[in-house]
Structures are given as C-alpha cells and as structure tokens.
Design a protein around this ligand. Structure first.
Ligand code: NOJ
Ligand code: CA
Length: 685
C-alpha cells in the first residue's frame, strides 16, 4: 500500500526506491493544496506551495547552518505516507479532533556523511515541515547557528504583526502590508519590564490575507528543546526567513542533542479568517499525550485576588500596608465564588518576597513559593475553600530568577500536591537571570519543559504568564492548560498608551489564539475603572467583555472584577451560566481585526453559547442557527449592546432579550462600536 502510494506520487520517478528525479509532489487529502519538494542542481533543498494554479509560497530554500560552508546534499530516498487518525482532547474547544494528512520524508546526505531527513505534512488546512537529524557517527551534539527556512511570498499581502521580540509578546498588533513591516519602530515601549527586538522580524502566529482573500498563518508546532522562531521580513523581496531566538552567552542558537527533530514550521491556509480559527493543525502536529490521565484537572471559572492589585487598590507585598492576600479578604472572595458556582480562586501576593520583585537586579532567592506572608493562612484558606467547593489556584511569580525556581520546583510542587492544589499560575516578569538569556530562547524552552514535567509528576496544571509559545504542546502535556503570551486585560488598568484598543481581541482571535488557550481574564464590568484608575479604561462595551468567554478560548476563565461590580448585576447571569469546556465549536464568521463570531456546545451537555465581538465598527449580524439539535426548542437569552452603547463613552449600556428559537431559525444581533453580544441557548424540554 505504502509502495503504491510512493509510485503514484513521485513525479518523474523511474523506480520506486531510487527516484531519478529530484522533485516530489504531495497533495492534501482533498486535493486542493499541492507541495513540491525538490533538491536544486547544486544540492539545496527547497519547496513550493500551491492551491491549484495559485502559488501560495514560491520556491523557498530550506536548511540548517552549523557554521562552515553550506552543505551540498544528495538525495537518498523519498517516502510518502498518509495519516488518518482521530483523537480526543481531555478538555478543549472540541472533544474529537480529526487528523488527516499526506506526508513525505526526504532523506538527504552530504559528501561528509552528514544525514538529515526533511519531513513534510500536507493537510487540507496547511503545510508543515521539520528537520530530523539522526545520530551522526561519533557526533552526539550539533551546534546550530541558524535555521535557514524561507517563505517567499509571491505578492504583497495584508498582515497583522507583532514585532519579533525575544523577550515578550505583550505588544499591540499592527496591520500593514508585508512590504511595510517595520518591527524596529516598536523598540521603545514604556510599559514593558523586558523587551528585545534585534531584527526586522515578527512573532508567530503571523497572519496574512492575500488580495484573493486566501488567509495564511505562519507558526510552529511541537516546540521542544529548541528556541522559538521569529520570522525575519525582507520587505523588498517579500521573503520571510526563520530567525531563531538566541542567547548572548553562546555563539550558537541551539544545542541539538542527537537524534533530534526540530519543531514543525507551519503555513496554515484557509479560504477565510474563520477557517484559521477552526483549524486544529497546530495540535495535530504534536505528539499524542504522554500524560494520559489528566482527570484531576477540571476546567473552571475562577475569581482572584488580582485585579485589585492592577487597579492599585491592594498590593502584592505586605510592607505597603494594603496587602491583598490576607486571610479575611480571600475568604470573602471565596464566599463570592461559592455563591456563584465559580470553582476556583487565584491568590497573588500570598508568599513572601514581593517587596523585592520588580526593578531589582538581584532577584535570585527572593521567592521560595512555600512561605506565606504572616497575614495569610494558606492551609486554612485551602480548607475553607474546599468546604465551599472552591479550589485554590497557586501563584508562582518567578520574577525571571529562573535558577531559583528550578531549585525550588520539587519543594513548591510537593507542597501543592500535599494540599491538593491542582493548578498553578506562573509568571516571568523582568529580564531573565542568568543575564544574556531571553524569554523565548532555548534556555527558557528547556526550563518551561522541566516545569511541565515536574508539574505533571505532582498532578498540577500550569497557566504560564510571560511564557514561551504553546505551539500545541497541550496535546502531549494536557496539564498545560492556558497561558498569557499577549497583551492581556491588565494593560487596560495601567498602560500609558491608552490600553488595548477595541480591535485588539478581534485581531487576537485570528492571530495569538491560533497558538492555543489564552488566559486573557475577560469580564470587566466597571469599564471606566473609576474611581481607582481615572486615566485608564477598558476600551470595549460590557457585552463585548461577556462574549470573550466564548470567543477567546481557555479551559480556565477568570471572573476578575470586584465582587461589588457583579453582585446584583443582571448581566452577571451570563458569566454564571457560561460553560468552560466544549463538545464542539463553530466559528460562524469573522474578519481579522474586524469581528469574530463563535458558537460552542458545552461538553457533556446540550447547551450552546455564542459570542460575537466587533472592533471599531458597529455591525449587524444575521446568523443561521443550523448548529442546534433538530426537534428541540431553545430558550435563547441575548446579552447585547444597548442601541446607544459605544466603547468610548457609553460602554456599560446593555440590554437582555429572551426568545424561543430552533434549528433553522436566524438570530439577528446588533453590535455597537467596540461592542459584542453573548448568547446562551438552552433546550426547553
Ligand atoms: C504579570 C502577569 O501577567 C500578571 O497577571 C500578574 O499579576 C503579575 N505579573 C504579577 O505576577
Ligand atoms: Ca503579563
């Protein structure tokens, strides 16, 4: 079977085992995409990606630079195969994921006997390739100077991009033509505790819309033991090329312990923006679960001692005299969570050391992750919460003192296990110690992996802030539940540049969200932030905040505002009702940076929830409800912008309307500028 496929696919193959030609073609299962993989006359591998006659990626070279002169490769063999599997997400946007792709492995060798296999996979939603280096004679380690993967664009396209920062993702998106990308213009940033942008490069996921409407997103999958990839942008030649995040402490960018496989380089392809968000390509390219049983983690909403700090009402440290994490205040929050069926609470500022965390050079040894402040009864809080059905989410701000955290891992995670704490939020604010390392380099990718494995050993789920990319690792390690990795809600509380603009989340939905779950912390009701932050505000309407619980997926969703802003508020009912784990999801409509509409069916239930968000523009939507089960009537509650709502000056104006609808009916929604709508659909019988 495999042999027949090889014969059919090799373009000019004279014999199956030894191709006479140095080009192979691969098709997607639906036949719409084609990849051509070739070796040039001077022994350089390359590829092209087409959709019918349309060139999506023009001839582009591939390679790895180990120093010295460029390798000249000989073609050894090419094998094709196909993958067809379905697998279950233990928690996620959907229960069952289909993985269907055609694959190609091209074995190459140099005159010096260096061997390499290029792996390609082509599925209906895009192309992926990676490099595999088998053990090479006596060499057990290779030092990689740079990865030489290129992506040549045949024409200019509209792009939504973040600068290729080696330290942080917490920038705003810029929309521009690829030919106009200027990442270096983003270097000065008053709001960031760390940032380093050495090249005209962008972060991934990097989303583009071509003139013909086809959307491409460039990203990576299975990021293990290797630096993150940024994409250098040659604006004259419309060429993207891999630039790995490096270190000031080594002349190379990655140490490869053989045998080694790089992460996958991915070009997601879709006819429209919605298709990008619906794709599970990044997850599919990761290894099946190594942690088979994660049943001890339950998707949940959570309250927190958190927004209070960002608003300046309370502080993380005790010395300020307004410490937030006190036993009394945290018990009040637990009561509020219990009253509203919210299953967890995050408490920041619980452990000693916060007097010395930001802006200090000498941060090693400051936090130990086991010693609570004197006014915080950790064990008492755990017991109090558990009696009320509210589990504690632990908090570990490492302040990027990575060695300290590594040394503390066993002690810290053992404490959690002993107390039955099954989730932790980690954080990496500030420049990495040791100096010269960057948040997105191999050093930190290895660190985050140690944390994941340690956490799994102690049955703890991890939500990392200032993280590395997810790149689909949750498939292999489903205790990796969520992450930040973007400009989160917190910027609205204190940034000096006006906060996140109304089109931020309609952009995030088709860019950062392609990397996996986001701990955005939606649901702010007091959008003006008065009286605490008179010069800041949240730049969306209230209905937009509600819709984020559906649109911006995470298996843990925060309910961050102060209880006084939720208590007695009719729209709070949506937050109480909305599910956090899904049977299936439908991306109903959207355009990058403009709007996004998503419907999701709760896991193990028959309720549906729908979220719609828009950017600066008001929008009328007329949505067919063809996803509902037939033969049932649904009670539909719509939380929507009032007719005069506006993100800038009337953000909290909303209405609630109730209807009875069924499959085949249509739902009309009217979104204000910066607005949204959140809808629950519950079967009546
Ligand atoms: C940055 C995180 O993103 C934020 O959520 C947290 O409150 C602070 N660090 C303190 O750890
Ligand atoms: Ca952050």
């Amino acid at each position: 079977m495999r042999l027949i496929l090889i014969c059919a696919i090799l373009v000019l193959a004279a014999a199956c085992s030894k191709p006479a030609s140095q080009q192979v073609q691969l098709s997607s299962p639906d036949g719409l995409l084609q990849a051509e993989v070739y070796l040039t006359a001077d022994g350089q591998p390359g590829y092209r990606l087409l959709r019918g006659e349309v060139v999506l990626i023009d001839s582009s070279s591939l390679g790895l630079d180990f120093g010295g002169k460029a390798a000249t490769w000989d073609w050894q063999s090419a094998e094709t195969d196909s993958i067809r599997e379905s697998w279950e997400m233990p928690w996620g946007e959907q229960r069952v994921v289909e993985n269907h792709a055609n694959s190609l492995s091209l074995r190459l060798r140099t005159g010096q006997d260096l061997q390499m296999t290029l792996h390609f996979r082509l599925s209906n939603d895009g192309l992926a390739f990676r490099y595999e280096l088998p053990a090479q004679g006596n060499d057990s380690v290779l030092y990689l100077r740079e990865e030489l993967s290129a992506f040549n664009l045949p024409a200019d396209a509209t792009a939504w991009w973040l600068p290729g920062d080696w330290d942080i993702n917490e920038h705003l998106y810029t929309r521009s033509a690829v030919s106009k990308i200027n990442a270096l213009s983003k270097r000065n940033h008053p709001n960031l505790a760390q940032t380093y942008i050495p090249h005209n490069a962008v972060l991934t996921p990097f989303t583009q819309r071509r003139a013909d409407g086809i959307h491409l997103a460039f990203h990576e999958a299975s990021l293990v033991d290797y630096p993150e990839m940024t994409l250098g942008v040659d604006t004259n030649n419309l060429r993207l090329n891999s630039i790995l995040v490096g270190s000031d402490n080594t002349p190379y960018k990655a140490e490869l312990r053989l045998p080694f496989k790089t992460p996958w380089r991915v070009v997601m392809v879709s006819q429209n923006a919605a298709g990008l968000l619906a794709s599970r390509l990044i997850d599919n390219l990761n290894e099946p679960a190594k942690l088979a049983d994660v049943s001890w983690f339950k998707p949940t909403k959570y309250v927190g001692m958190w927004w209070q700090m960002h608003l300046g009402i309370n502080s993380w440290d005790m010395a300020s005299g307004k410490h937030g994490a006190t036993t009394a205040k945290v018990k009040e929050l637990i009561d509020f969570a219990a009253e509203n069926g919210i299953g967890a609470i995050l408490v920041e500022g619980w452990n000693t050391g916060w007097e010395h965390w930001i802006g200090f050079e000498d941060r090693e040894g400051v936090f130990d992750f086991v010693t609570p402040y004197a006014d915080y009864d950790l064990e008492g809080i755990v017991a109090y919460g558990r009696a009320k059905g509210v589990e504690l989410i632990m908090h570990h701000e490492t302040s990027s003192a990575v060695t300290t955290y590594d040394q503390q891992l066993d002690t810290a995670y053992r404490l959690m296990d002993r107390l039955g704490i099954r989730a932790v939020k980690t954080g990496y604010v500030g420049k990495i110690i040791p100096k010269g390392e960057y948040h997105h380099g191999q050093y930190m990718v290895r660190h985050h992996h140690r944390v994941i494995e340690k956490a799994a050993q102690y049955r703890v789920a991890v939500n990392a802030h200032e993280p590395i990319k997810g790149a689909g690792i949750r498939r292999t390690w489903p205790n990796v539940i969520s992450r930040e990795g973007l400009r989160g809600q917190e910027f609205n509380a204190w940034s000096s540049d006006g906060g996140n603009p109304p089109d931020h989340l309609p952009t995030v939905a088709f860019t950062r969200l392609l990397d996996g779950p986001i701990d955005y912390t939606p649901g702010i009701f007091n959008l003006s932030l008065k009286p605490h932050k008179p010069n800041n505000q949240v730049n969306t309407t209230l209905a937009h905040q509600l819709a984020l619980y559906v649109v911006i997926y995470s298996p843990i969703q925060m309910v961050p505002d102060l209880p006084e802003h939720y208590r007695g508020h009719p729209a709070f009912q949506f937050i109480r009702d909305v599910a956090v784990d899904w049977e299936q999801s439908r991306v109903l409509a959207g355009e990058v940076g403009e709007y996004a509409v998503v419907a999701r069916q709760e896991r193990g239930g028959d309720r549906w929830f729908l979220g719609a968000i828009t950017g600066y523009e008001a929008r009328q939507l007329d949505l067919p409800l063809d996803f509902l089960a037939s033969g049932k009537k649904y009670r539909v509650v719509v939380y929507e912008d009032a007719p005069d709502a506006h993100w800038q000056n009337k953000p909290a104006a909303y209405n609630i309307r109730t209807l009875e609808l069924q499959k085949g009916d249509r739902l009309q929604l009217s979104l204000a500028p910066g607005g949204g709508a959140a809808v629950s659909l519950v079967p009546v019988n």
